[in-house]
Design a protein around this ligand. Structure first.
Ligand SMILES: O=C(O)CCC(=O)C(=O)O
Ligand SMILES: [Fe+2]
Length: 482
């Protein structure tokens, strides 16, 4: 196959121009011991089955007429009843559609997957569109956590005649021996604001041109999987493949695509997420929390003048930075990347500390506005909660008075009312509005008791915030005097 580009470069004498980011920039070669047996560089090929040998050579296994019509029929009927060509719109419709589960977990298919990968496989993704995905050249592995490392396979099950015009699945035989694309490396090449929940979509801008360049350099031809109902293609997670373009947009392409991971290579998929069907085959329910990406952690710790300070971290992908925005009554006032070193995270024993943010507002807010201001992660719009607002300490206790400070982190000017307690009795009240010796801010209190306390009473005194009844902690450097 000679492309226009190749012809042009022949006549002009110019060589193929490489994209700025090359395949080598986001891929690597893994050591043998991390890979499934059939992927290792040197193995004893004598004992392999014919299918294992084909898999090792091509990175695909085509199984013609593998699934009998009576097995595909219940799913086809259910899928036809749904109507729309796009199919179900989420990745785990098999949870609600047992006919899909039965097909994707067809025991001879599961046995074949195990024969190729070398361990028990479990289902965690189904694509149910009856049109091509149009997804350009890629490997699948990098769309998963990096530790999956080829302990993975996907299956294309034809449910009707698949001709050349409907945008068939295409692949590059042998490309499963190319280096492995790494999700971590790809994300590092994206600007921080594209590393969130939609990073895979953004990654195509980097991956597609780099793979296309590699294909032109290697001159390896593509193969289309043309098929009939019941034919199956299993492909390697490192195989370069695409959902080719249909001749006419929207042409029907009847298939079920299912993706599987090795049960020993998904520590992120807990036992509680794994379910067994009547045959003991395993499918995954990520649960609502994970499916909705409710994994953004964090706190807004202070609003001080025009600055909004806090931290935010994506618990599922801590290597990525979360982009946050400050919103007042539906208006975004400021946004920024949560990638600053944040000492409080070190104190809290987080392994990674670079999730702090400081947003600068265009103006100082009134107390009412500051109270209404919210901060959220841009992707998923997850609200980042405010840390408990009051912060303070009791610094000095004597038999005649108690000294300390307390502030509202979100309303620096508030004079916080406090009560001095002895047991459950209020023995004195005051306000944190005095200039604090060390901190040089007006949130100190210095409250005299109505009478001299005994030493035991002095040590039993507690100070609480009047309106929340929270007890203030004793300073680690508490001073006790007579
Ligand atoms: O549309 C297609 O056949 C490609 C699907 C694909 O890339 C995948 O399921 O990983
Ligand atoms: Fe894919």
């Amino acid at each position: 196959m000679t492309s226009f580009r190749e012809l042009a470069s022949f006549f002009t004498g110019r060589r193929e121009t490489a994209p700025a980011i090359r395949f080598a920039d986001f891929s690597e070669t893994l050591p043998d011991e991390q890979l499934p047996y059939l992927d290792r560089s040197v193995i004893d090929e004598q004992g392999l089955t014919a299918d294992q040998r084909a898999w090792r050579r091509d990175g695909v296994l085509a199984l013609r007429g593998f699934i009998p019509d009576e097995i595909t029929a219940p799913y086809i009927a259910r899928r036809e009843a749904l109507g729309r060509l796009e199919g179900w719109l989420n990745g785990q419709p098999y949870l609600q559609v047992p006919e899909m589960r039965d097909l994707a977990l067809y025991p001879p298919l599961m046995a074949k997957l195990q024969e190729l990968i070398g361990e028990r496989m479990m289902l965690h993704l189904c694509l149910t569109s009856w049109m091509t995905t149009h997804r350009e050249w890629h490997q699948d592995d990098y769309l998963n956590p990096d530790f999956v490392s080829c302990w993975y396979a996907a299956v294309w099950i034809a449910l009707g005649d698949i001709g050349p015009d409907c945008g068939p699945f295409q692949y590059i035989p042998g490309s499963h021996r190319w280096p492995l694309i790494r999700g971590e490396k790809v994300r590092a090449l994206l600007p921080p604001e594209q590393r969130g929940a939609l990073w895979a979509k953004h990654s195509e801008r980097i991956i597609t041109p780099a793979v296309e360049h590699e294909l032109r350099v290697r001159r390896t031809p593509a193969v289309s999987f043309l098929a009939r109902r019941g034919d199956v293609l299993i492909w390697h997670s490192r195989l370069i493949h695409q959902g080719s373009k249909a001749k006419v947009l929207g042409t029907e392409r009847r298939a079920l695509i299912a993706h599987y991971s090795g049960t020993n290579h998904r520590p992120d998929i807990t036992q509680a997420m794994r379910h067994r069907d009547a045959n003991g085959e395993i499918y995954v329910d990520f649960g609502k929390e994970v499916a909705e990406a409710g994994v953004v952690q964090g706190y807004v710790d202070a609003i001080a003048g025009r600055q909004v300070i806090g931290w935010s971290r994506d618990a599922a992908f801590p290597a990525r930075s979360v982009v946050v925005e400050a919103v007042l009554d539906d208006e975004v006032l400021a946004h920024g990347v949560a990638d600053l070193e944040y000492p409080a995270l070190a104190h809290a024993n987080f392994p990674d500390h670079d999730h702090g943010f400081t947003l600068t507002l265009p103006r100082e807010l009134s107390a009412e506005e500051a109270a209404r201001l919210t901060v959220r992660a841009v992707e998923g719009r997850t609200l980042i909660e405010r840390a408990p607002p009051y912060q303070g300490y009791v610094d000095v206790r004597t038999s005649g008075r108690v000294v300390g400070w307390v502030r509202n982190r979100f309303a620096a000017g508030e004079r916080v009312a406090v009560q001095v307690m002895l047991g459950d009795k209020v023995i004195a009240e005051g306000e944190a509005g005095e200039l604090h010796d060390d901190l040089n801010v007006r949130n100190g209190f210095n409250i005299a008791y109505p009478r001299e306390l005994s030493a035991a009473e002095r040590d039993a005194v507690r100070v609480r915030i009047k309106h929340t009844k929270e007890i203030l902690e004793l300073s680690p450097a508490l001073i006790v005097e007579a």
